[in-house]
Design a protein around this ligand. Sequence first.
Ligand code: G1P
Length: 276
Amino acid sequence: MIRKCLFPAAGYGTRFLPATKAMPKEMMPIVNKPLIEYGVEEALEAGMTDMCMVTGRGKNAILDHFDMNYELEHQISGTQKETLLADIRAILDRANFTYIRQREMKGLGHAILTGRPLVGDHPFAVVLADDLCMHPEEGVLAQMVGLYKQFRCSIIAVEEVPAEETHKYGVIAGRMLTDRLICVEDMIEKPERGKAPSNLAIIGRYILTPDIFDILEKTPPGKNGEIQITDALLQQARTGCVLAYKFKGKRFDCGAVKGFIAATNYCYENFYLHGE
Ligand code: G1P
């Protein structure tokens, strides 16, 4: 039912310099797989087949990754190494990739609005590849699609974070509907210390209804002078309904060194060692 997944992937990845000077941050590998490939796998698992990528200058490695490399395929054909390409080949068989370039960095809301021609007038998911989410049975996007079928409104993934970290996130507040679902009543992008309405932080998984685009068109620059999806979602919550979902599973902030190392260790122990 939700076929499209948008990947804002134009950001510079300054927290990982110098590694990201000439390489897209989305291509940083967790063990032997680039971050964005984990996101694409999660979207596929949730039934999405159209991967809509918002890229920018210097991001061509992403396009090359989700394409054939005939020389390489020819070179390793018939050898043991072919098995290393099995996952990415399966992705290419199942998913379509479309791309649009964000020419100016004006925030996550602007990046999502840039993807509008790829998405059209359909509900869609958004994955921020920096946030690596893992659940052994059902990925976070699949969990959210299940909820969308029931509620048919925008849904954002949230997680409890320590109070001293709320300033790094969009933070929500609202009315508890169940132990995992909250009807959003307030939302602040990166609140100053001590001003967060709760400790429920927005994590990089969203399901958005397409009316968000018209709202984004009218959303003025907010925190840091950028067009924030958080501000547009608050508008949507006030006029309609936005749900926040405390997802099941683990989340690693791979945009920072600590989370990146934790994700690497987790994936090495849980997937790579078993595959050897
Ligand atoms: C973005 C969003 C923020 C959200 C975060 C999740 O911020 O603006 O609301 O909490 O992603 O990773 P960024 O990390 O891109 O600054």
